[in-house]
Design a protein. Sequence first.
Length: 160
Amino acid sequence: MDYFNMLNGPTYITLVRRFWVRAHVYDRKAAKQEMDEKVLIDPTLAGKTREEMGLEPFIGTEIRSSVMGILVYISQDVIPFVIRRASEGSFKDGLDNNKKSPWNEIVNQTMFNNNKKGAYSGLSMEKKMLLKIQNENLLPQGGGFDQPSLEHRVFLHYFI
């Protein structure tokens, strides 16, 4: 916990960069591939369990990386523990009826200082930059739409 308390102070950019450059997702597919590679190297291991092959048991999806030679595994249980929040909750994808959604007025007020939807050119420089960061890094847009979806605008509303 001292490590996470230390991060509340200055952020160590190099440490974070080295972690994310080497990071990969270790899921059920990666675990199966790891077992298949072991069997290719030694065919006598076919049909044996992960433990019998000398592999760690697969518990769940993790982000795996290394920092300065130290292996770092981040599972879904670690994140709520570190931020001291409950790990339960629900997620609903998509907002129904985009044209009549009550979010439209709220989001337009935040982005355009008006209840009606404005144009991209009507955004302040700060909001244009936040929208660009969101679209290119956080929530990449699919398809050929140049206007942000309602979900993207709601996210930006909370971000602002």
